[in-house]
Design a protein around this ligand. Structure first.
Ligand code: PMP
Length: 400
């Protein structure tokens, strides 16, 4: 794995996971993992998912036979509608090719392979920083990885000027990986106005937008709002790719369920893309697994279950937002040096705390608190009980 300056790759995160596992301390706290945990620190199985599984168990017509190479067709249709909207023109005009893949990772990997085979420009731009595995999907496909500025350490917000400059000077036709919402690891998303400028620039320069949509609904609990960035690009009639994941949004991590959507300019192009995707997938894993896709389709096709899911999703987000406020208040009460407003301003599952490598080491050594060395905190790994513990640790790390 290529180690780049300032980029936390997967190896670092895996090291943190192992160190946490091997720590015998009863007060240890894992804020490094990227999964949602309950207030009790337990893995979270959504009620609506259990309900869907019971229905599937009782469905006498269900079988375990192979799915087609492109997956469960109803799942694909519902997934495209979820991300592009019920009234999407691109869907109506049959310009969208959707294939079920092995979650977000599989969708990104298949998308990268498609671009490596059929797109002339073998360069991708990732945000600096980004999710540690992003570069690997593209390197594995033989695509050169470059970075565009994204995070401003001074404001702990978006380096919008840097982003525009870097994309403005990218090679024509380069691929640009964009996170649709709830940016991992920074928790910083562009505003709608900024997305519009990014869209214009990408279109003007003939760049290829590839959206990673792993957290639809994680900003406010509103699925429509979180897909707005993508829908702006689709509405202009141009091409884009979208990797969808149900790991976080339905808590289906280990089921490996997601989809790659390729939005094309014409129906015949979408048909040809589908046939090429089949040729890519067939020798890789033949066809995707059935169970996760059946769960998702059961929930998305039924109004009541859909509403139950979105209510559960909303409750998860409300808990995370509350924890943001609790941590912010706790640091203010302690008079911890620094401005902590970014904890409440950043969105989604992660807070990019601003703690440096030494401060993170201090937290681990003295408090058994684990997080990656870039200071990313998984807010969902916290609870009202552990917030004061973390605040004490941060306070001491900064005061010492
Ligand atoms: N993209 C982002 C931004 C992520 O944070 C993750 C998981 N942490 C993924 C993609 C891939 O996850 P999965 O393969 O489980 O969908």
């Amino acid at each position: 794995i290529v180690k780049l300056e300032g980029v936390i790759n997967d190896v670092d995160r895996i090291k943190v996971m192992v160190a946490y596992r091997d720590d015998p301390s009863p007060s240890k706290l894992n804020l490094g993992i990227g999964v949602y945990r309950t207030e009790e620190g337990k893995p979270h199985l959504l009620n609506v998912v259990s309900k869907a599984e019971k229905l599937l168990l009782n469905d006498k017509s269900a079988s375990k036979e192979y799915l087609p190479i492109t997956g469960l067709s109803e799942f694909n249709q519902l997934s495209a509608r979820l991300v592009l909207g019920h009234d999407s023109f691109a869907i109506k005009e049959k310009r969208v090719c959707t294939v079920q893949c092995l979650s977000g990772s599989g969708s990104l990997r298949i998308g990268a392979e498609l671009l490596a085979r059929f797109h002339h420009q073998h360069v991708v731009y990732l945000s600096q920083p980004t999710y540690g595995n992003h570069m690997n999907f593209f390197i594995a496909a033989g695509i050169t990885v470059k970075y565009y500025r994204y995070y401003d350490e001074t404001t702990k917000g978006l380096d919008f000027q840097g982003l525009l400059e870097d994309l403005g000077s990218a090679e024509s036709g380069a691929i640009v990986l964009l996170q649709a919402s709830s940016h991992n690891p920074t928790g910083v998303d562009p505003t709608v106005e900024q997305w519009e400028q990014i869209r214009q620039l990408i279109r003007q320069r003939g760049l290829v937008p590839f959206f990673d949509c792993a957290y639809q609904g994680f900003v406010t609990g509103n699925l429509e709002e979180d897909a707005q960035s993508i829908r702006m690009f689709v509405a202009d009639g141009g091409e884009c790719l979208i990797a969808q994941s149900y790991s976080k949004i339905m808590g289906l991590y280990g089921e490996r369920v997601g989809a790659l959507n390729v939005v094309c300019k014409a129906e015949d192009v979408a048909c040809r893309v589908e046939s090429q995707l089949k040729l890519i997938i067939r020798p890789m894993y033949s066809n995707p697994p059935i169970h996760g896709a059946a769960i998702v389709a059961t929930i998305l096709r039924d109004r009541e279950m859909y509403d139950e899911w979105t209510a559960e999703l909303k409750a998860m987000i409300v808990r995370i937002v509350n924890l943001r406020h609790q941590l912010y208040d706790a640091l203010c009460e302690r008079g911890t040096p620094g401005d902590w407003k970014h904890i409440v301003n950043q969105v989604g599952m992660f807070t990019f705390s601003g703690l440096n490598e030494d401060q993170v080491s201090f937290l681990t050594k003295h408090y058994h608190i684990y997080m990656s060395s870039d200071g990313r905190i998984n807010m969902a790994g916290l609870s009202s009980k552990t917030v004061p513990y973390l605040a004490n640790a941060i306070h001491e790390a900064l005061a010492s």
